[in-house]
Design a protein around this ligand. Structure first.
Ligand SMILES: NC(=O)c1ccc[n+]([C@@H]2O[C@H](COP(=O)([O-])OP(=O)(O)OC[C@H]3O[C@@H](n4cnc5c(N)ncnc54)[C@H](OP(=O)(O)O)[C@@H]3O)[C@@H](O)[C@H]2O)c1
Length: 240
């Protein structure tokens, strides 16, 4: 089926990689729904998309909110899980178990219950894409909390590719990508982090949201792709 005939929900579609994916998909003619918690951010995203997507506020950590979202959408061909959760960063010895519990409770459980809520309205041979993160693919000190959450999602997705077939289930593991996720950092700290990463990567640069969106579009459109894990990370696995 052409992308122009697809109905696609992007959870976390109001910012960063989710928004870039929405842009590609609406440009390909798909019917796109985007969610996030913040209604004003959603409105700005819909405006940035030229009004060609529908924004619905929902919280992926809240089962009732997800149910209401799916009831309102009614029918879906593809689900893209691109929302962020709380991150448990820092040296292993110093990250409290509670921070890891919160990180698992937001992103891993959020992705879990988003897919569960979507299943009744998701086309049986449609697809789901999970956005994980390079910390689960590259051993980097200080990222064990991220590795635990994203590694769990990766493994769960592999199992679901079999269990939920013919639904196609794929994972994209982004490396460092310049999105609003880093807006809270002081400008010089952010520039230093991105500069160091760019120098360490085989491609000589960090990512932009459209690097990831390209792969989302490919995975939505390619009916032969399932059980895949795409590392879109500038070669981060070879960099250290
Ligand atoms: N950027 C990177 O370098 C990087 C690297 C590796 C992996 N990742 C992962 O890639 C994914 C996308 O990251 P990004 O950088 O594009 O993030 P981003 O720009 O911060 O966008 C995150 C999106 O998730 C939504 N969101 C957050 N909490 C939510 C909740 N409880 N319910 C519903 N929506 C929620 C946000 O909207 P609201 O805030 O309005 O809810 C927003 O639309 C994340 O899972 C992130 O962990 C990012």
């Amino acid at each position: 089926m052409a992308i122009s005939q697809q109905r696609i929900l992007i959870i976390g579609g109001s910012s960063g990689m989710g928004l870039a994916s929405a842009k590609r998909l609406v440009e390909a003619g798909a019917e796109v729904f985007i969610t996030g918690r913040d209604a004003a951010k959603l409105d700005a995203a819909v405006t940035a998309l030229g009004g060609r997507a529908v924004g619905i506020a929902a919280d992926f950590t809240d089962a009732a909110s997800l149910e209401a979202l799916m009831r309102r959408i009614g029918r879906l061909d593809h689900l893209v899980l691109a929302a962020a959760g709380a991150a448990a960063w820092g040296p292993f010895a110093q990250v409290p178990a509670e921070a890891v519990r919160t990180a698992l409770g937001t992103k891993l459980i959020g992705y879990w219950q988003s897919l569960q809520a979507a299943l009744p309205i998701l086309r049986k041979d449609g697809s789901v894409i999970f956005m994980t993160g390079a910390a689960s693919r590259v051993a980097m000190a200080g990222t064990a909390g991220l590795a635990a959450v994203n590694g769990g999602i990766t493994q769960m997705a592999q199992t679901l590719a079999k269990e939920l077939a013919p639904l196609r289930v794929n994972v994209i593991s982004p490396g460092l990508v310049d999105t609003p996720a880093y807006d809270g950092l002081p400008a010089d700290a952010k520039a230093g982090m991105f500069d160091r990463a760019a120098k360490s990567l085989p491609v000589g640069r960090t990512g932009v949201p459209d690097d990831i969106a390209q792969c989302v579009e490919m995975l939505v459109g390619n009916g032969f792709a399932t059980g895949m894990l795409l590392d879109i990370d500038g070669g981060a696995r070879m960099a250290l």
